[in-house]
Design a protein around this ligand. Structure first.
Ligand code: PEP
Ligand code: MN
Length: 356
């Protein structure tokens, strides 16, 4: 083939490329119009039956030189790109994403705010066990200037033979003692039918790691207006974590806090592996407050202070830590809860860093 002939054929291709581009753009505009129409009619954008029909027809009419499968593949790409054009904004960017909302979500809990740049501490026992236990803890928290007290009443335990929590009775204890000491309350709810009731007892509803993808629970949490503390699942990616938060926010409850609590890895030195990189990534990706549960992520008392400092240095809006009057006798997580002396030392250590 002469050089001249090659040039000529290339020129023909250039012309065809431009024509293809024009046709693709025109196709895209029509697909967008179809998208608006479907939106108005409330019908789904993706129609696999129609797509299959179009692909079958194109393959039938194909006379080469491309193979049928190649034609199918090329048009499938075009259909996918057209569908993307039709997707509404919220499909492209989650409500919880920074792209959707630039400014930080700030949650007010009495005298303090979460997510406003001033980190806070949530502390309290793993489980609510008795009035006496809760009063002793509340007194120490109050003295230390902590204003949000945790305590589990519905405990998701690995073994059905382990202490399951005091249930509603436990919520009552938590609320009563917190009111006595002027503290805010936080506790885990595991059953969607308890969410509404929980609003009467709690200032913050916790959704635990094991329930991060309990979608009915997330929907119920989205239907109330009590702030939610959503824990990262045991083996959840950050994308899955954010999608779980989206379940809540998309139903109107915008008061969601994310909490990293360690993930499952092969490492045995800690109960879970604290994924510290989750903090800056979540802060970049989302406008929601991000906290770190140092107790459940490490499962050991001797490294809580450095982990809390690491969390705050990485940009966390708060830290959760378990405290019990007599950890050795605790009905759950006995090995990892701090006693009051240890808690005071922990707090002093973290404060000394200037990060709190
Ligand atoms: C808890 O905070 O009491 C708890 C059970 O934690 P997680 O869901 O993170 O295991
Ligand atoms: Mn615990």
């Amino acid at each position: 083939m002469s050089q001249e002939k090659l040039e000529q054929l290339r020129e023909q291709l250039d012309v065809l490329n431009l024509q293809l581009l024009e046709m693709l753009s025109e196709r895209g505009r029509i697909a967008q119009e179809i998208g608006y129409e479907k939106e108005k009619q409330g019908v789904p954008k993706y129609d696999p039956v129609r797509e299959k029909k179009m692909l079958d027809k194109l393959a039938d009419l194909n006379q080469g030189p491309f193979e049928h499968e190649t034609v199918r593949h090329l048009f499938k790409q075009i259909f996918q790109a057209s569908l993307q054009l039709q997707q509404t904004d919220h499909k492209k960017h989650l409500l919880v994403s920074r792209k959707k909302q630039q400014e930080d979500t700030v949650i007010t809990l009495g005298d303090i705010t979460v997510g406003s740049g001033k980190p806070m501490i949530i502390a309290g026992p793993c489980s609510v066990e008795s009035y006496d236990q809760m009063r002793k803890t509340a007194a120490v928290l109050k003295e230390a200037g902590i204003t949000v007290m945790r305590g589990g009443a519905f405990k998701p335990r690995t073994s059905p033979y382990d202490f399951q929590g005091l249930g509603i009775e436990g919520l009552k204890m938590l609320k009563e003692v917190a009111a006595e000491f002027g503290l805010k309350t936080i506790s885990e709810i595991v059953d969607p039918s308890h969410i509404e009731l929980a609003c009467d007892y709690l200032d913050v509803i916790q959704i635990g790691a094991r329930n991060m993808q309990n979608f009915e629970l997330l929907k119920a949490a989205g239907d109330v207006r009590t702030p939610i503390l959503l824990k990262r699942g045991l083996a959840a990616t950050l994308d899955e974590f954010l999608h779980s938060a989206e379940y809540i926010v998309s139903r109107g409850n915008t008061q969601v806090m994310l909490i990293e609590r360690g993930i499952r890895t092969y490492e045995k030195a800690t109960r879970n592996t604290l994924d510290i990189s989750a903090v800056p990534i979540l802060k970049l990706e989302s406008h929601l407050p991000v906290l770190v549960d140092v107790t459940h992520s490490t499962g050991r008392k001797d490294i809580l202070a450095p982990c809390a400092k690491a969390a705050l240095a990485a940009g966390a809006d708060g830290v959760m830590v378990e405290v019990h009057p007599d950890p050795a006798t605790a009905l759950s997580d006995a090995a990892q809860q701090l006693n009051f002396e240890e808690f005071k030392l922990f707090l002093a250590d973290v404060k000394q860093s200037g990060l709190l």
